[in-house]
Design a protein around this ligand. Structure first.
Ligand code: S3P
Length: 442
């Protein structure tokens, strides 16, 4: 079966330095900002994955020229009003919630109608969370039933500034409204629960009219209409969400050490590091530096002797939102009961991750108590799997696939994991990097 991976052996101790692929959030944002710049922008180390290719196709549809050669990309921006396309087009966001939501913010002032479609997983996800605030600018939306895709957006020539209270901790919603604000005369205000802040950092780096006041639990963001966006040359750092799988593999292995080079360690993204350190994993940042407002470092991880359970504060949820599946594996090996709460957003991702994550743990023989927004995991430091486990029907969620592979290599058992192709959305190189770590096995 070409699209399945079979694993029957645990990984042996390793000591390695690796690079993981470029950051997905930054790659998507770079394409979108560059598509509106006055002039040409170049990115190196762009993540080449299906999600990013969907963004490139989207801006091409909007009339922007893009050249791509391996992970080097050049975008020929035609200015902030440079999108030029036929009356009515369809944009296919594929599997990417980030593209699907962010692009709508850039279309609020375009009176042409645009249809937005996505794959089976994206078509199940909620778009009301974004059509609600963007409608207040004056854009009109027509959603499918269950507030999902396909949808139609018809922008307005004269958008009005809005106030948006973002209470889910969603960077996608916040960023789409920032994009809307940059296209609108007057002051748009956002009171946003803390979430990843790459859009704000890029706005500041590009001298766009944004002010951010940071309070303990939320940010107050004020945006005004941008006149011009300068070209943006960017060397994309590696993605901590991709690094996460190898960090956890090291945390669950014996006598191993791993250095992951040049990773984006933006404080709004490293919830996993804080959580794993609390659980007793030894993690250090080496060669710290700043790049265009983002923090970057090499991440060094050493296998710990024992793992402690965690009662995870929900203030860490947004900063680890893409990493909970893999964090649950660490909880499965900790000495005691771990508790993760206020996680209803986790069931609104590419798949219902809280539910599927809990199912996988159960298959592994780990006791869990799960509600719609929380999970208690009864860890076992001696957890060993001696049975057959088949992972399938998970809406091709890339993070479910990769988490299952790490579980197989860490706990043993005879695993068949379906839908290998899912990694193409975010981390096509995942299995090749694993091969390097398993090099000395036969
Ligand atoms: C992302 C934000 C998060 C995250 C997603 C990427 C982004 O989604 O899960 O993978 O780049 O803005 P939400 O904003 O919906 O939480």
């Amino acid at each position: 079966m070409a699209n399945t991976v079979i694993i029957k052996k645990k990984i042996k101790p390793f000591k390695k330095k690796i690079f993981v692929s470029g950051d997905k959030s930054l790659s998507i944002r770079w394409v979108l900002f560059s598509s509106l710049a006055s002039g040409n922008s170049v990115a190196k180390n762009l993540l080449i994955s299906e999600d990013v290719l969907s963004v490139i196709n989207a801006v091409r549809k909007l009339g922007i020229k893009v050249q791509l050669k391996e992970n080097y990309c050049k975008i020929f921006g035609k200015g902030i009003n440079g999108y030029d396309y036929k009356r009515s087009i369809t944009i296919n966001a594929g599997n990417s919630g980030t593209l699907g939501r962010l692009i709508l913010g850039l279309l609020i002032n375009n009176p042409n109608s645009t249809r937005l479609i996505g794959d089976k997983s994206l078509s199940k996800r909620d778009f009301k969370r974004i059509s609600d605030p963007l409608s207040k600018f004056g854009a009109k939306f027509k959603l499918s039933k269950n507030n999902s895709l396909p949808l139609k957006i018809t922008g307005t020539k004269k958008p009005r500034p809005i106030f948006f209270r973002e209470s889910k901790g969603s960077a996608q919603c916040k960023s789409a409204v920032i994009f809307g604000g940059l296209r609108t005369e007057g002051k748009t205000l956002i009171k946003a629960k803390k979430s990843r802040n790459h859009t704000e950092i890029l706005c500041r780096y590009l001298n766009l009219p944004i002010k951010v006041q940071s309070e303990e639990k939320y940010d107050l963001i004020e945006i005004s209409k941008a006149k011009k966006i300068k070209p943006l040359n960017y060397n994309i750092p590696s993605d901590v969400s991709s690094a996460a799988f190898f960090i956890v593999l090291t945390a669950l292995s014996k006598k191993s050490e791993l250095i992951i080079k040049n990773v984006n360690i933006n404080p709004s993204r490293i919830g996993i590091i804080t959580i794993l350190k609390k659980m007793g994993v030894k993690i250090k940042f080496l060669n710290k530096k700043k790049y265009k407002g983002e923090k970057i470092a090499d991440i060094m991880v050493n296998s710990p002797k024992t793992l402690k359970p965690i009662n995870c504060p929900s203030s860490l949820n947004s900063g680890a939102i893409d990493e909970f599946l893999i964090i649950f594996l660490v909880a499965a090996k900790a000495k005691g009961i771990s508790y993760f709460k206020d996680l209803s957003e986790l069931n609104k991702k590419e798949s219902p991750r809280l539910k599927l994550g809990s199912n996988i743990l159960k298959m592994m023989g780990v006791k869990t108590i799960t509600s719609y927004n929380s999970i208690r995991i009864f860890g076992n430091p001696n957890l060993k799997i001696n049975k057959k486990i088949i992972i399938k029907n998970f809406l091709k969620d890339h993070r479910i696939f990769m988490t299952s592979i790490i579980a197989a290599l860490s706990f043993g058992g005879d695993w068949t994991v379906h839908d290998k192709d899912s990694i193409k959305t975010s981390f096509p190189n995942f299995l090749n990097i694993l091969k390097k770590l398993r090099k000395y096995e036969n």
